[in-house]
Ligand binder design. Structure first.
Ligand SMILES: Nc1ncnc2c1ncn2[C@@H]1O[C@H](COP(=O)(O)OP(=O)(O)OP(=O)(O)O)[C@@H](O)[C@H]1O
Ligand SMILES: [Mg+2]
Length: 326
């Protein structure tokens, strides 16, 4: 498994992880590294293996083969656990207790020093400073989720691991959870999260891994993945339809593919594609340009393409279809 750039000081590091559950090969050689300061996103369809990977990262489940370290240690060690906060599907909050009493319970369980001061701090970070005395049963789903994250960071972990933290929240609730995660990152916490919301991942994460069928299909820096995905182009709107001979010359001389749709030309090329030479070429042919819009694959474009390749690979019973993208 190619690991990409990773250092000994990686916050989380998985190498060649295999896991069978009920006779099924659920994780098939999963490896990636989360670096300190990342907001790292884990993507993949239902049943891909995201939660299983997270459980292994937390030391709740043992891998059949491979190695995993969190802050450089075995995740099952107390010393690693002390530096990790997590939030899985069940949030562990007590409905009949106030937010403050919930946090107080966990602060004592974790042996947090100065519990009162720390509880006030995390409530404030969750935007719940004035709601701490309310019972959790009176909270909205978004407030409850922010409280659950506050609970997960009570002991000031270096690494925070979240399984679908914005699932089921309305758009406002999602924005608030994202803001909280960004704040935590700014204060130095490394964040790992899984999500099905591609737009959210694109906005929040600097690096991602895409798992499908227990294998890694895409891994790395989000910007370079999108830029290097091999599809770059632009839509050039012109004041009048570009004549056939200019279009043909553009294809031949500028070496790009070009399609006309009314008074617009869509051009695209490989990784070396640049917009200015195309614009210069058209201007030089006397074409008047109204507007140029650059196009680059979004995370959604990448995801849809890779998932289709992975499905096709699985249907053919062969190797995964995106080996070159690791
Ligand atoms: N305890 C278990 N016993 C047997 N199979 C399991 C168990 N837990 C998970 N699986 C199987 O392992 C595969 C991966 O499951 P996992 O929960 O890791 O997926 P996921 O990517 O988190 O999916 P989702 O997006 O639905 O949460 C699935 O096929 C699932 O059915
Ligand atoms: Mg899951």
């Amino acid at each position: 498994m190619a690991m990409g750039p990773a250092s000994a000081s990686s916050a989380i590091r998985l190498e060649g992880i295999h896991k069978h559950l009920s006779g099924r090969h659920v994780l098939d050689g999963v490896g990636f590294a989360v670096e300190q300061g990342d907001i790292f996103g884990c993507l993949g369809p239902n049943g891909a293996g995201k939660t299983t990977t997270i459980r292994i990262m937390l030391g709740l489940l043992r891998a059949d083969a491979g190695t995993v370290t969190v802050t450089g240690r075995d995740p099952a060690e107390d010393a690693a656990r002390a530096r990790v906060g997590f939030l899985l599907e069940a949030d562990g909050l007590y409905d009949d207790l106030s937010a403050w009493d919930n946090l107080d319970y966990y602060a004592r369980l974790y042996g947090v020093r100065d519990p009162g001061g720390r509880i006030a701090e995390v409530l404030d970070g969750a935007g719940l400073a004035d709601r701490g005395r309310d019972k959790v049963s009176a909270y909205s789903k978004g407030m409850r989720q922010r409280l659950a994250i506050a609970r997960a960071v009570l002991h000031s972990p270096d690494v925070l691991i979240l399984d679908e933290p914005t699932a089921g929240l309305d758009p406002g609730g999602q924005v608030e959870v994202r803001r909280m995660l960004q704040d935590l990152r700014e204060r130095g916490t490394t964040v790992f999260l899984s999500s099905h919301n591609l737009d959210e991942m694109q906005r929040l994460c600097n690096r991602i891994v895409l798992i499908h069928g227990g294998r890694i299909r895409l891994y790395g820096d989000l910007e370079s993945l999108a830029a290097g995905s091999g599809r770059r182009g632009a839509v050039i709107e012109t004041s009048a339809p570009v004549p056939d001979e200019v279009l043909a010359a553009l294809r031949q001389e500028a070496g790009v593919s070009a399609d006309r749709d009314g008074a617009a030309v869509t051009v695209s090329g490989g990784a070396s594609f640049e917009v200015p030479p195309v614009v210069a070429f058209l201007v030089q042919k006397g074409i008047r340009i109204e507007q140029v819009t650059k196009q680059q694959d979004s995370l959604e474009d990448l995801y849809v393409r890779i998932e289709a390749e992975a499905r096709a690979g699985a249907a053919a019973g062969g190797a995964p279809g995106a080996g070159g993208r690791r």
